[in-house]
Structures are given as C-alpha cells and as structure tokens.
Design a binder for this molecule. Structure first.
Ligand code: FES
Length: 238
C-alpha cells in the first residue's frame, strides 16, 4: 500500500504578475517505482493542468527536469519518491530565468556562457571534408569524454553559493568546459589565452571550494578535480 504523499509546489507565472508567488498543496498516492517526474505528470493530468515544469527525455539525459527538492538540487526523473519524506517541497532552480512554477530557462544562461568562453574547437587547419579524422589516443579521448558528459542541467550553477551572489562567475560548468578544451589536442589555444577569462575574480579565483557543485552533480562529474586541473594548467598551482 503506497504512502500518501503531500506536495508543496512553488507557483508563480511571471506573465500574471498580479498573482503573487505562493506554495500550492497537492495530495497523491505513491505507486511502486514512482519518480518525481511521474508524480508531477500525475498532478498535472489529474489535479491541475496549469502546473508548469520541464522534461524531455525522462531518463536523466537532457537535464531539463532539474529543480529543488526538499532544499536539494535534483533531477525529477532520476528521483524516486520512496527516497524522500512523504512531505515533498518543490521549488524552481534559482539563477536562471523563471518561465513559470518549476520551469526555468537554462538555455539563455548556457548560451551566454558558451559564447563567453568560445566553447568550440579553435584551429587554423582549413576544413577538408575528404581528410581522415585527426587521431587521438585512448587516454586523451577518455579524459575529454569525462568532462564532455556534462548535460548542462544547471544543478552545479544553482547549487553554487558564489553564483548566487556573483552572477558573472563562470561556475563549475564553465570551468569544466574550459578544462575539456584544454585537454583537446585539436584546440590550438594555449592555456595563457584563457588568463583574461578565468584568471580573475569572475573565474577560478571566485570559487571558494564549497563543492556543492560536485556534491549535487547528478552525473557525479569530478568537478573539483577539473577545476584543480584548470588552475594547474594556467600555472596558479604547481
Ligand atoms: S527529463 Fe531529461 S533529465 Fe530529466
């Protein structure tokens, strides 16, 4: 027999500013294997079609369903209700633009970040579609793959005490991506070319090592190790 779950969900539609933000209660019966995503869908289908939240893949791949669950940043589709208390409080991620209720726009934030760090391979080699691919060692590939697993869910950013007070901080996602580019033998940029970008108090010196980014990363990315790698590459530690 499933538990009775009581939800308290943040409600606010920026397009209806006359209705102030509020917490709305919902009751639901827990079913075997229920994830938060399933619960939210059931609430929307059976109790309240106006509830806004994001999802695409339902499999922990797209990163759309991140939210704050009982005070901790998590992905709804990877969170089983059986692992939570029967009272569940849901809030949208901070930092990102609120679309409504639990739905936020991480895309604008990440687009600005990727533009800021020029997050593509920089090379002088002319494009030749007939040329064979540039070979890489297994070791290089695996190191890049580890950083490349980031799905830009925004959890590391929304968990970061520094980002909450300094919105221009690149955050773990930005520094992780720079580390990924520094590892890539195809990118011809030298570490010193990143100095202006990350050798400042908006870059690597902004991190206070509170490590909520790594603690909450749903993919378990070694963000702390990656930031140390970036510091080392730029000669800030030896
Ligand atoms: S819906 Fe894609 S990660 Fe949750």
């Amino acid at each position: 027999m499933g538990r009775n779950l009581s939800f308290e969900i943040f409600r606010y539609n920026p397009n209806q500013p006359t209705r102030p933000p509020r917490m709305q209660p919902y009751q639901l019966k827990e079913t075997p294997g229920m994830t938060l995503y399933v619960a939210l869908n059931q609430i929307r289908e059976e109790l309240d079609p106006s509830l806004m939240f994001d999802f695409v893949c339902r499999a922990g791949v797209c990163g759309s369903c991140a939210m704050i669950v009982n005070g901790i940043q998590r992905m709804a589709c990877r969170t089983l209700t059986k692992d939570l208390l029967s009272h569940i409080r849901l809030m949208p991620l901070p930092v990102f633009k609120l679309i409504g209720d639990l739905s936020v726009d991480t895309g604008v934030w990440f687009k600005a970040l990727n533009t800021r760090i020029s997050s593509w391979i920089h090379t002088d080699l002319p494009f030749d579609p007939k040329k064979t691919e540039q070979p890489m060692s297994n070791r290089e590939t695996m190191a890049i793959y580890e950083a490349e697993r980031c799905i830009e869910c925004g959890i590391c950013i929304a968990s970061c005490g520094t980002v909450l007070t300094r919105k221009t901080f690149l955050g773990a996602a930005g520094l992780n991506h720079i580390g990924r580019l520094l590892l890539d033998p195809r990118d011809q940029r030298k570490p010193r070319q990143y100095l202006d970008l990350i050798g400042t108090d908006e870059g690597i010196f902004c991190c206070f090592e509170m490590m909520a980014c790594e603690d909450n990363c749903p993919l378990g990315l070694p963000l702390d190790v990656q930031m140390e790698f970036v510091r080392r590459k730029l000669g800030f530690i030896v």
